[in-house]
Design a protein around this ligand. Structure first.
Ligand code: SAM
Length: 274
């Protein structure tokens, strides 16, 4: 195996998702760089890999600048270095970017050993358009920052993918209800684990569901692009309501059900009436 840096993806929940190439690199590496040695040594144990003779080095957001250079120096001196994050694909809301950039600049061999990535797995499950998507990482926790963050992305014409934590999900859906009112939203939870779940609906529907069913575990939140075809399709329902009641009542019912803009639904109802 060639000396250099190997960016190794690890499972995001199901240990059987480790790849044959990942096993090979982890077996052969002299140095295992990881976010947390306890997590990675546990992974070695689950995979029945020996840790003896291997040097485990911690590389996280706060020391990446320095550690990445020493890893590169080791690679130049003929060593095989595997970098793994706690779970999933390195660099994706995880350390590794500085390491990769330095390798390019210093002409050091670097390769990827691909595998699970929560963002991609979630998109596959969501039923939202997958032809064009924007991965925006973790949603900020503070109210203003979260609002600004969503407003920045709201006009993107692509499916939006965010990482979120279970304890913040309902608060985030509250905000999403205002900013992405008419869009399909999807929440993928505990992907590849025993209680894997993916729910798609309006922010309002998902908020109701997650208030009743307190979410646990790891979460990816996705928002459908702002295009006609992916907005909530309420037209046929509005027609049905208009057959049963007055135009005003029908509009009110639909606006309340999907948390939509009243004027937009009213204009749509007028058009349908004609
Ligand atoms: N680099 C990893 C990847 O892309 O697979 C992600 C690392 S990031 C620090 C961790 C976040 O990824 C979690 O907070 C969650 O949003 C998401 N995540 C990781 N594993 C997941 C899973 N099994 N199901 C749903 N989301 C997951």
């Amino acid at each position: 195996m060639k000396n250099g840096i190997y960016l190794v993806a690890t499972p995001i929940g199901n240990i059987s998702d480790i790849t044959l190439r990942a096993l090979d690199v982890l077996k052969n590496a002299d140095i295992i760089a990881c976010e947390d040695t306890r997590v990675t040594k546990k992974l070695f144990s689950l995979l029945c890999l020996s840790t003896s003779g291997k040097n485990f080095v911690t590389m996280h957001d706060h020391n990446e600048e320095d550690i990445s250079q020493s890893l590169i120096d080791s690679a130049k001196n003929g060593h095989i270095i595997a970098y793994v994050s706690d779970a999933g694909s390195p660099l994706i809301s995880d350390p590794g970017y500085k390491l990769s950039k330095k390798c390019r600049k210093q002409n050091v061999y670097i390769t990827t050993i691909p595998g699970a990535c929560a963002a991609i797995c979630a998109l596959q499950l969501s039923g939202l358009p997958s032809n064009c998507f924007t991965f925006a990482g973790f949603i900020p926790n503070k109210d203003k920052a979260r609002n600004d963050f969503f407003n920045k992305y709201k006009n993107y014409d692509s499916t939006l993918i965010f990482y979120e934590t279970a304890n913040r999900l309902t608060k985030t859906l509250e905000v999403a209800k205002d900013i992405f009112a008419d869009r399909e939203i999807s929440v993928a939870r505990e992907i590849t684990k025993l209680y894997e779940e993916c729910k798609t609906g309006s922010a309002k529907e998902l908020l109701t569901y997650y208030i009743e069913n307190q979410p646990k575990g790891e979460i990816v939140l996705m928002v459908a692009p702002k295009t006609e075809t992916n907005q909530i399709d309420y037209e046929s329902e509005l027609m049905e309501e208009m057959k049963k009641s007055s135009l005003k009542t029908a509009v009110k019912t639909i606006v309340e059900k999907y948390d939509l803009n009243k004027n937009e639904v009213y204009q749509k109802a007028l058009g349908l009436k004609k």
